[in-house]
Design a protein around this ligand. Structure first.
Ligand code: LRH
Ligand code: MN
Ligand code: MN
Length: 388
């Protein structure tokens, strides 16, 4: 196995983008539990996100969701982010919270609704111009609940046309990141249900169209690391939305349900060059903390990603290749499992300290008094929530 010291150069480059919406109140459709000290606007969300970066050194950017994070002055929001030691990242579109979108958005049969959705997305590109964001992330709620409800094929044509209009508006440094999802809100058929569909649309658009893999958006038992491998191989893995799932799109803390799966994913990321200096993969969280505290939840999440990345970097690739060549199945498997079973937490804590970061970021957050301070300060106004 490689030594921990051989992994730190790669680890030092790791950046995990935080979703602004992780800091707002959230829940299921049964109940949203409100917490104290929740941000009331995008500025306060960014201040909270900055705490995660301050204590872990892992999260220098914050993804925004429009219109949840709509502000009058994005220059000011960017400046506020910089003052807090972070920057604005991916801009996420939202064509799923308007009555007009009951039967879809970019795939809608009605030209008026399609035009409205396209105009929203183009507005998001205007925001990217102001924030300096590279990535425009599109996830669509489009789909059918019942067979025959709409023409599956026509919807693909409309989607291709709409994406083409959007792609044409991007500047040379900007990317269109298309996110797929197996089901929900549509239950019979989704218009971008899988990586293959996202990939064919990206391929038709051009090189700056890439796929977002949300780890919660697959059928049970899907081999997600295979998809990671394939998209990296094809040069089209644009971004991750990390979270973990026990059942469907649970949006729970990444690595909580299946740390081994996260390890296998990160192993393919490393193998495919996703951790290299030249990598353009955005590692984002897409999570909601329904019953746990938000900032510590995000700290736990980025540390989980870091821990499984470190373990993946421990894999002795030469020994693995040798065992694979020799057809020594057990030896090859053991190379991976040795790395997976290595507890890197103490090494990471010591390494963090050597870089001027707290050995235990969660304890440091508790000791900082930040949670108590914002709970006292943030009175009045409306707390942010998923969907607002
Ligand atoms: C859809 C999704 C998508 C949205 C986010 C809030 O389930 O994963 O990324 O933008 O949730
Ligand atoms: Mn997502
Ligand atoms: Mn999701």
């Amino acid at each position: 196995m490689r030594a921990f010291s051989q992994t730190t150069e790669d680890l030092a480059r790791q950046e995990i983008e935080l979703p602004s919406w992780a800091f707002g109140n959230s829940g299921t459709r049964f109940k949203v539990f409100t917490q104290r000290g929740i941000p009331r606007d995008p500025f306060e969300k960014i201040a909270d996100a900055a705490q995660v970066h301050r204590l872990t050194g892992l999260a220098p950017s914050v993804a925004l969701h429009i219109p949840w994070d709509l502000v009058d002055d994005f220059d000011k929001l960017g400046e506020h982010a910089r003052d807090n030691g972070v920057r604005l990242g991916t801009i996420n579109t939202n064509t799923f919270q308007d009555d007009d979108y009951m039967f879809g958005s970019l795939c809608h049969v009605d030209q008026r609704v399609r035009a409205k959705a396209i105009s929203h997305v183009l507005g998001c590109v205007d925001i990217m111009d102001a924030t300096g964001s590279r990535d425009l992330k599109i996830w669509l709620p489009d789909g059918l609940n019942y067979p025959g409800q709409a023409d599956l094929r026509d919807r693909q044509e409309r989607l291709a046309d709409a994406l083409g209009q959007i792609y044409a508006r991007l500047a040379a440094h900007q990317r269109l990141v298309l996110e797929y999802k197996l089901f929900e809100p549509a239950f019979y058929a989704t218009d971008v249900p899988d990586w293959g569909t996202a990939y064919v649309h990206c391929l038709a658009l051009g090189e700056r169209a890439v796929v977002c893999l949300d780890t919660g958006h697959h059928a049970p038992h899907t081999n997600i690391e295979f998809i990671v491998m394939q998209l990296l191989r094809l040069g089209r893995l644009g971004a991750f939305d990390f979270n973990s799932r026990f059942y469907a799109d649970d949006d729970l803390i990444v690595g909580a349900a299946d740390p081994f799966q996260l390890f296998r994913i990160m192993t393919e990321v490393v193998r495919g060059g996703g951790c290299d200096e030249s990598s353009e993969v955005t590692f984002m969280l897409d999570q909601c903390h329904n019953i746990e505290a938000k900032i510590p939840g995000q700290i736990r999440s980025v540390l989980n990603v870091q821990e499984m990345t470190a373990r993946a970097l421990l894999v002795d690739r030469a020994a693995l290749a040798e065992a694979e060549r020799a057809g020594d199945v057990l030896a090859a498997n053991a190379v991976l499992m040795d790395a997976f079973y290595t507890d890197v937490r103490a090494d990471l804590a010591a390494w963090r300290e050597s870089r001027g970061l707290p050995a235990d970021p969660l304890a440091a957050f508790r000791a900082s008094g930040y949670a108590e301070r914002v709970a006292a300060e943030r009175v009045g106004g409306t707390q942010a929530g998923w969907g607002a």
